[in-house]
Design a protein around this ligand. Structure first.
Ligand SMILES: [Zn+2]
Ligand SMILES: [Zn+2]
Length: 272
């Protein structure tokens, strides 16, 4: 993840020279700076996929698209409320797989309070499937079924329920965040992982942490306890950050047969 949180979200999915950004909620300047840290020029981005039309997911998308001719893929509902110009549009439809730069994206609707619909993604790569759900008020049966056979899950761990309740936000804001159309708490994510985590999952990336109502250590500990309760101490946890690029997740690390030495020829990389 190039960055994640209410000040801006952007994630790079990369397989060799094929690169897609999921959301561009950082400014153009900041997203290109963080891509440069990974030695990726902005013209190397082949497509952008947008989850929903909140500014922390769209801020730099228009300029990146116009400057470098990058198509922006989103659902018709999100396009309708989009305020910025883009170089070109790619259409996404819920529950229909679409190829973006060789990755198979299947968007599906989740509960969140964007003006238009919000989607999560199931992304099939040559090295396994990624489940990607950042702004999601609750885990639905539909999300569980899309994520049941993924190798890596990127999921929101927005707030600790107790910290939100005693925190500084207005009562109405607290209610909005905690609602089933708001943001997923550490505890709600833990409940999902404890009761429904798929056997194929090897890594959980915690996303969209609140800087006011959460702490990285607390989110990680809550997640770890849930994985232990599931008997899955082997699952790696990565905590995304708002202010910097998080560590890279290499899907190929889990896809090569155990007796074959990993090669560097083809890897799907997720620099979080
Ligand atoms: Zn957001
Ligand atoms: Zn949002």
């Amino acid at each position: 993840m190039l960055g994640s949180g209410s000040a801006g979200n952007a994630t790079l999915v990369e397989d060799g020279a094929r690169r897609v950004l999921i959301d561009v909620g950082l400014s153009y300047r900041e997203v290109t700076r963080r891509l440069a840290e990974l030695e990726v020029p902005p013209e190397g981005i082949g497509g952008v996929a947008i989850t929903h039309a909140h500014g922390d997911h769209t801020r730099g998308a228009g300029l990146l698209s116009r400057r470098h001719g990058v198509p922006v893929h989103t659902t018709p509902a999100t396009r309708e409320v989009w305020a910025d110009d883009v170089a070109s549009w790619g259409e996404l439809a819920c529950d229909e797989p679409t190829d973006i730069c060789g990755f198979r994206f299947t968007p599906f609707e989740v509960l969140h309070d964007a003006e238009a619909e919000t989607v999560a993604f199931r992304i099939e790569t040559a090295d396994g499937t990624i489940g990607y759900a950042t702004d999601v008020g609750c885990v639905t049966a539909n999300l569980r079924s899309h994520f049941s056979d993924c190798r890596v899950l990127v999921m929101e761990s927005n707030h600790a329920t107790d910290l939100l309740q005693v925190g500084p936000y207005a009562r109405s804001t607290k209610a909005r965040i905690a609602s089933t159309r708001g943001h997923l708490s550490n505890e709600s994510l833990a409940g999902y992982l404890r009761d429904h985590l798929g056997r194929s999952v090897r890594c959980v990336v915690l996303a969209h942490l609140s800087r006011v109502n959460n702490m990285p250590e607390l989110a990680e500990m809550t997640c770890r306890e849930a994985l232990e309760a599931r008997g899955r101490e082997d699952v790696r946890i990565v905590v995304s950050r708002q202010d910097c690029v998080a560590e890279t997740v290499d899907l190929a690390a889990w896809s090569a047969p155990a007796h074959v030495a990993p090669t560097l020829s083809r890897q799907a990389l997720l620099p979080f």
